[in-house]
Design a protein around this ligand. Structure first.
Ligand code: B3K
Ligand code: ZN
Length: 866
């Protein structure tokens, strides 16, 4: 592969964790004055600064794209030779230990297509500062360990911007001449600048209240466009549930008089936890039965909770530097996962979380962008908001919680919050608090923060009939990852049980600690060989390999009392068949058909759980199980098994589909579970080859009173070739063309479709009048979804690679952060045949050769080519 030459600009500078130095200057207080205008917003900043330690270094204030209109120190206007601008940074030599520094700049939010800093979205002005957007608003030491009290005054046109919001509590407001008005907000809690926010616009409010555990009343507001008000009830409920949950489970109370959330249509991420003023991608706020699926409802609940929980895990205790990002993100994901589990089903939530971890994080850990949850270096921090930092980070906290037990984990988290309240902390501070508060030694466990790569654990069970004992041998290995050729053994908590096949019971759930490369555990009292249930609850984020037979897996899929292990046994049963078939082996499918039949016929099981269990693993997950991915063979094998399960159990699926039809809409767990199972039944009816499959799906599409059933039917039809398919897509478009979030589903459903023409369809959709690169949701719906469709993206023609690369190149000029997130699928070339690998590399090289490429995309594409 050495033939590919790239001609690109010098690689961006590398920032290293080991280079951390405390800030030279602190900013205990900042006053900001915004004169808002979409084309010319004036920002005046007054910083009280103090020298940190003994040194003679000048004040350096980060800036990006800013031109200082005036610079004053202690009230005196500086002459241009008294300051300097170096690559955006404002440098002011100062002699004393404390000063007031004032700057003023002008911004054009309407022209800000990066959606970082102050920008315009649908008539609103809003901000996004994490990680380094504040430097696009004003000159400031833009690093998370500089904490300041903010006093913010917003002035703007009263008709255009009747609502003026910022962090903290509102303290004053008033009218001005010429139809203008102002508002002042003060946030008493010192915070890093990445948590700064403002919003100005014509917004309606869903207002509510929450009384905290100490009896303080908090005014809650969810601010949206007037027409969207009816779609805010679920978010408000989620917010109040989250506030109560954090008090009950972590003893953490809200601390300001108001808590505001604003929904915006153009947003690079899901949402942002700015102190007292969360700003959300509207897709995680707005929900009603006609346009939101149950997955969307759960997404709203989970993200509202996540951002709220950041008030403690992120805001009150923040990060010292961006290498510590998982300190707030991993912990907060763990908190939101447990909240959602408490609100719904623990079993189903765990399955969903593991499925996501495997799909996103295991892939990342196995590729060129693998990094530890506490990285050692980066070029562009925006590239490190990854599944590793978030989801693997959450698993690391989960393992600590498991090892410590609930009470000791709570003691550790109390110590962490209390000890570091108001500080910028490190991952090490968290681990130390867990050790001291929880009374344990996590020395070896710290390797989870240092080593990238998913550990592989091999489990072998040997029965000794004479000694009536079993020996469980566990071996761990961690594959090399970029910059880390050799790995040390991890401390891996493995929940295990040994089942007696005759009684269906087991001999107790045990937590085994695997700390060496190879370890043996002996269990006495087994006259007959038991069946191994291992990594129960997915106790550790590892790839587990066992010597379990298909019979053992079938047994566990019917009898395991740990719901995750039961799901896992069924998945493994399916994986073994499909991977075997792709390798050319004929493996009996009957065991899976029988196991699926058992699960759907067991009335004691929760329908939502059954729906998870009987679904085949995704094509991408099957690809991950193979050294070399053959997308066509995987698709054919999976399609074949789906058809067989559909056809053999057709009467059962028809029965389920008929009896799960609800009378009216409800968001109860039972109703959601019924819809989930109903949609799986429809999938299998359609897959069975039944003549009326498309008609049944089309009928569900037409008759559904909710988006969960309508979209599922559309997705099933989108993968087929029939007049019903075309009619459903056309009707969906006509009905929802003016509703951006719902129209996203139309794009996404077609991009995900397992249809032989998906590549051409996506190419055409990229030219559709409703497609725009300016809206990240729309881009993700089409090209993000498409890049996750293994069969289509890896089309043998290589056209899929070209499409995504074209999008990355065009988008990079507008919004590098969102463009960079599309790069990783092209970086998986090592897992594909030489033809595909060559084409993927050629696209990466083409991207890198693009003049003026952003730091974001340069880092991702450059690392992906290595
Ligand atoms: N903390 C924000 C992340 C925003 C990152 C933008 N590059 C969202 C969250 O994790 O809650
Ligand atoms: Zn977060």
């Amino acid at each position: 592969m050495a033939d590919i030459q790239t001609t690109h600009a010098a690689a961006p500078a590398v920032i290293r964790r080991s280079d951390y130095l405390p800030p030279d200057w602190l900013v205990p207080d900042i006053a900001l004055d915004f004169d808002l205008d979409p084309r010319a917003t004036r920002v005046q900043a007054r910083l009280s600064i103090t020298r940190n330690g003994v040194h003679d270094r000048p004040l350096r204030l980060d800036g990006e794209g800013l031109v200082p209109l005036a610079v004053k120190v202690d009230g005196r206007l500086l002459a241009p030779e008294e300051w300097a601008l170096d690559a955006g940074t404002l440098i002011i030599p100062l002699s004393g230990g404390a000063h007031n520094v004032e700057t003023s700049v002008e911004l054009a939010p309407e022209g800000n297509s990066k959606l970082m800093g102050l920008y315009a979205s649908g008539g609103l002005l809003c901000t996004q500062c994490e990680a380094e957007g504040f430097r696009r608003i004003t000159f400031f030491p833009d690093r998370p360990d500089v904490l300041s009290r903010y006093d913010v005054r917003l002035t703007g046109d009263k008709t255009r911007y009747p609502i003026l919001l910022a962090n903290g509590d509102p303290v004053d407001h008033g009218d001005l001449e010429g139809g203008r008005h102002w508002a002042r907000w003060v946030d008493p809690f010192p915070k890093p600048c990445y948590l700064f926010a403002l919003v100005a616009g014509d917004l309606a409010c869903n207002r509510d209240r929450f009384v905290t555990m100490s009896g303080r009343e908090v005014t809650l507001g969810i601010w949206v466009k007037d027409a969207d008000l009816p779609r805010t009830a679920h978010a408000m409920k989620a917010l109040k549930d989250s506030m109560a949950w954090d008090e009950r489970v972590y003893g953490r109370e809200y601390d300001l008089d108001v808590f505001n959330i604003v929904a915006v249509a153009d947003f690079n991420f899901g949402a942002m936890e700015n102190k007292g003023l969360n700003i959300f991608n509207s897709r995680y706020i707005l929900a009603d039965p006609a346009t939101a699926t149950d997955v969307d409802y759960d997404g709203v609940e989970g993200v509202v909770a996540h951002e709220y929980f950041h008030n403690w895990s992120g805001n009150r205790v923040t990060c010292r530097d961006w290498f510590q990002l998982s300190l707030k993100e991993g912990f907060t994901v763990f908190r939101d996962q447990n909240f959602s589990a408490d609100m719904g089903s623990h079993a189903v939530k765990r399955i969903e979380d593991v499925r996501l971890l495997r799909a996103a994080q295991f892939q990342e850990d196995a590729g060129p962008l693998a990094h530890p949850i506490r990285p050692e270096s980066y070029m562009e921090i925006s590239n490190f908001y990854t599944a590793t930092i978030y989801n693997k980070g959450a698993e690391i906290i989960r393992m600590m919680a498991l090892m410590l037990g609930a009470e000791r984990f709570r003691a550790g988290s109390d110590l962490y919050f209390d000890r570091h309240d108001g500080e910028a902390a490190t991952c090490e501070d968290f681990v130390r608090a867990m050790e001291e508060g929880g009374g344990t030694d996590l020395t070896q466990f710290r390797r989870w923060y240092e080593q990238a790569g998913t550990p592989r654990v091999r489990a072998m069970l040997h029965h000794d009939a004479a000694a009536q004992s079993v020996e469980l041998v566990l071996e761990q290995s961690i594959p090399p990852t970029p910059g880390q050729p050799d790995k040390q053994p991890m401390a891996i908590p493995v929940r295990t049980a040994l089942f007696d096949p005759d009684t269906d019971g087991h001999h107790g759930d045990q937590l085994l600690m695997l700390t060496q490369s190879r370890q043996s555990f002996v269990f006495e009292g087994f006259a007959a060989p038991p069946i191994l249930s291992i990594n129960r609850g997915f106790s550790a984020p590892v790839i587990m390999e066992t010597n379990s037979s298909q019979d053992d897996l079938a047994f566990l899929s019917a009898h395991d009392d740990d719901p995750f292990a039961r799901y896992e046994a069924m998945q493994q049963l399916m994986v073994n068949i499909l991977v075997g078939q792709v390798a050319g082996q004929a493996i009996d499918e009957q065991a899976v058909v029988a196991a699926v039949c058992n699960s759907v016929s067991d009335p004691s099981l929760d329908p939502a759980f059954v729906a998870e269990v009987v679904r085949l693993p995704s094509e991408a997950y099957l690809g991950d199980q193979m050294r070399l991915v053959d997308p066509d063979a995987i698709h054919a094998a999976r399609d074949g098994l789906q058809q067989r399960i559909g056809a053999e159990l057709e009467p059962l699926w028809r029965d389920i589909h008929a009896r799960t039809k609800a009378d009216g809409f409800s968001l109860s767990s039972a109703a959601k579970g019924a819809r989930k199972l109903r949609n799986v039944a429809l999938l299998y009816i359609a897959a069975s080859g039944a003549q009326d499959g498309d008609a049944i799906a089309f009928a569900q599409f037409n008759e559904a009173d909710n988006m969960t059933e309508r979209q599922a039917a559309l997705a099933i039809l989108a993968s087929r070739s029939s007049s019903e398919r075309d009619a459903a897509l056309a009707q969906f478009y006509d009905r929802y063309r003016d509703d951006a979030l719902t129209l996203d589903k139309w794009f996404q459903t077609q991009a995900f479709a397992l249809h032989p023409d998906t590549v051409d369809i996506v190419a055409a959709l990229g030219r559709h009048p409703d497609f725009t690169l300016a809206n990240p949701n729309r881009v993700r719906s089409l090209f993000g979804a498409f890049a996750g469709n293994q069969w289509a993206f890896h089309h043998g023609s290589g056209q899929g690679y070209t499409l995504v690369a074209d999008c990355i190149i065009a988008l990079d000029k507008l919004n590098p952060q969102t463009a960079a997130r599309l790069v990783p699928p092209l970086g998986r070339w090592k897992r594909f045949d030489a033809g595909r690998a060559g084409m993927m590399r050629a696209q990466l090289a083409r991207i890198l050769a693009e003049p003026g490429l952003s730091r974001d995309v340069t880092e991702q594409a450059g690392k992906s080519l290595d």
